[in-house]
Structure formats: C-alpha cells, structure tokens
Write a protein that binds this ligand. Structure first.
Ligand code: ATP
Ligand code: MG
Ligand code: FE
Length: 344
C-alpha cells in the first residue's frame, strides 16, 4: 500500500510517500530562516508558512516519487504534540485529501513517528524495542512493544529537553539557531574532557528516584556560568572546548541510561530517534556502548531524525498493515498529545 504522510507540528512542512516499508520520497519545506532572527520558532509565522507550502510540497512529493495522488491508499498526519495552529494546517489538509480520495485517515503521534521512521531504513522493529527519543521538545526512554499501539514511557526529562539544551547553550556561545547542528560541528575541533560539566540524575538518591529520567537545566546553567566567568575575567572563551565538553555531558547521560534501561528490561534492541539523534557524537558513543553491552543499535540517517513527512507516512503504513482503526474525519489536533497515545 502507498501512504502519504503530512507533518506540520513545528516549522517543517513535511510530505512523505512510503510504499510498504520503502521510502519513495520525502519533501520538506522549512520556515526556519523566517524564525532565526527571533531565536526560536514563532507559531503564527510557522502556521502561515505551512499554509503556503502545503500544496506545492504535496505536488513535489508526488512528482519526485513518480506517483499520482489518486494512487494513494491512505493519508497519515501528525495530530500532536506540537504547535496548535501549525498542527491544524496539516490535519485540515489531510482530512481534505482523505475525504477527496475516499481513503482512510490516520492521525498519529509525532513522537511515535520519530521512532517508527526507522523501518524504512532498517526494516521491521523488533518487539519490544527500547526507544531513546531525543528532540527539541522531548527526551524520553520508551519501551515499545508495538509502535502502532503500545508505547510506554519509562522516564523523561524533568526540565529541559536535550535539543532545547543544545539550542540554549549554542546561544550562550554565540552560535546561530537552531544550535544543535552548530555545536555538533564546532565540537569536532574541541576537547571533550577539557571541562567537567555536571551529569544530572546519575548518582546517589537522584539516580534511585529518577532512574530513567533526565535533567539538562543544571548543565545548561553550569555552561552559562562557566562562560560568564571567563568573560568577566576578560579571557577568551574556548568555544570548541565548551561545545565538546557540553555535548559529551549530554550524550554520556543519554547513552548511559538508555543502556541501563535495555539491560534492566531485558531488551536487546535500542533505537534512537528525534532531532538530537542526528548528533554525530551521540551516534558514535551509543554504538560504542551498545557494542560493549551486546545491544543492537538502530539510528535512522540524520535527515530522517529531524522532523519530516516520511516518518508520519512510515507510521501510517504500519498502522494500515496491522489493521489499526482509522481516525474519524472530525479528528482533533492535540498540541499536548502524550507519547503513549499513538493514534487518535
Ligand atoms: P519534538 O519532536 O519534541 O516535538 P521538534 O520536532 O522541534 O521537537 P526535532 O525536529 O525532532 O524537534 O529536533 C530538533 C532539535 O534537534 C533541535 O533542538 C536541534 O538543535 C536538534 N538537533 C538537530 N541536529 C542536531 C545535531 N546534529 N546535534 C544536536 N542536536 C541537533
Ligand atoms: Mg524543526
Ligand atoms: Fe520532532
């Protein structure tokens, strides 16, 4: 079956086409340049950009994939979580398409889609799979018995998301928004053990109480203080060393707890998804630690880690094949949809 997926939860208008488990084409129009000068995504600007980009992006996806809209067997769309106005543009478009084509509509969870996309890269997900979801708004450890309807959160960030920490630290270092990719790049020239930044919730009672939770707000503050102290002393800030040491603190904690969750739950497969999964050091350290622990690691290619339409199509395709119930045409957008609610 051919599934068209629409993603508009943030600033990317994504339209993906998946046939079975094969990605045919992934078209993305981003409004990121329009937000850069504000240092963050402006919801109104994002909604308007989705409206303008929607039809051309659907047309481009079909053209590049070499399919006709009439050949689509189901439409899948991000119903939440995300920016309410942005989600609405995608959901309304998907309803119109599904109604016009007379095909089922699947309203799916953006976070589940970050996990489900890996089937187009590495085939069916082992059941269960452990998911480490690290993105701009979330950092969760997920036990995933079935990505189409059973996802359990073992832990989450108690303050900032990992991507949010990357973006805030990048700002402190004077790097452009969104900062994650810039820190990744700059850190390559730096020394990851130059500065010993804190690893939140990794020892003593904190670890006991928050075994699979994360915390990045203390780390972000520690970096900001360290940089400020340098500036106050009139000394140059070693940007590459700060970036590398900060990045190491984040990926150390992420991978340590992910491996711990796998061993404590007897799960042999770890999947990392979400925008931060594009980080080169996270990918290499995770591989190292999974190899040592006898865990199989899967991470989609970087372009499928950040927001895209293919991930929504990939999840919709799995729902269709599994015979999951389609959504009603009055499907609402839910800006705070919990990760456990895979479809709506
Ligand atoms: P959510 O998925 O929680 O709704 P989102 O959709 O805004 O949030 P994604 O697009 O999945 O988030 O991820 C964006 C985040 O990923 C940003 O914070 C960005 O800085 C970060 N990111 C992207 N590439 C990298 C990288 N190479 N290294 C670190 N962080 C990165
Ligand atoms: Mg984005
Ligand atoms: Fe996302």
């Amino acid at each position: 079956p051919l599934v068209l997926g629409i993603e508009t939860s943030c600033d990317e208008t994504g339209v993906g086409l998946v046939r079975g488990q094969t990605l045919l084409f992934d078209a993305i129009a981003s409004s990121v340049d329009q937000h850069a000068r504000f240092g963050g995504v402006v919801p109104e600007v994002a909604s308007r950009a989705h409206l303008e980009a929607m039809v051309p992006t659907i047309e481009r996806a079909c053209r590049e994939a070499g399919v006709r809209l009439q050949d689509v067997d189901a439409v899948s769309v991000t119903a939440g979580p995300g920016l309410a106005g942005a989600l609405l543009v995608g959901v309304a478009s998907a309803k119109a398409l599904a109604l016009g084509l007379g095909v089922p509509l699947f309203g799916v969870n953006h976070l589940a889609a970050h996990v489900a996309v890996d089937v187009v890269e590495h085939g069916p997900l082992p059941e269960p799979t452990m998911g480490l979801l690290v993105s701009g708004g979330h950092s969760n450890l997920l036990l995933v018995p079935d990505v189409t309807h059973d996802i359990r959160s073992l832990g989450a960030t108690i303050d900032d998301a990992a991507g949010e920490a990357f973006d805030k630290v990048a700002r402190v270092l004077g790097l452009p928004f969104p900062g994650g990719p810039h820190i990744d790049r700059v850190a390559r020239e730096g020394d990851q053990v130059a500065i010993d930044f804190p690893r939140g919730l990794t020892s003593g009672r904190d670890l006991q109480r928050h075994r699979f939770d994360y915390s990045f707000s203390g780390l972000k503050t520690a970096v900001a203080r360290w940089v400020q102290a340098r500036e106050d002393a009139g000394e140059p800030v070693p940007v590459a060393d700060v970036a590398a040491s900060f990045q190491e603190a984040v990926v150390d904690v992420l991978t340590r707890k992910a491996v711990l969750a796998c061993s404590e739950h007897g799960v042999e497969d770890l999947l990392i998804g979400g925008g931060v999964a594009a980080n080169s050091r996270l990918r290499s350290l995770a591989q190292e630690r999974c190899d040592a622990a006898g865990i199989r690691l899967r991470v989609p290619r970087p372009g499928l880690c950040t927001d895209n339409g293919a991930m929504v199509a990939a999840l919709g395709a799995q729902m269709l094949v599994r015979g999951r119930q389609a959504s009603r045409l009055d499907l609402p957008a839910d800006s705070s949809q919990p990760v456990e609610q895979v479809s709506s």
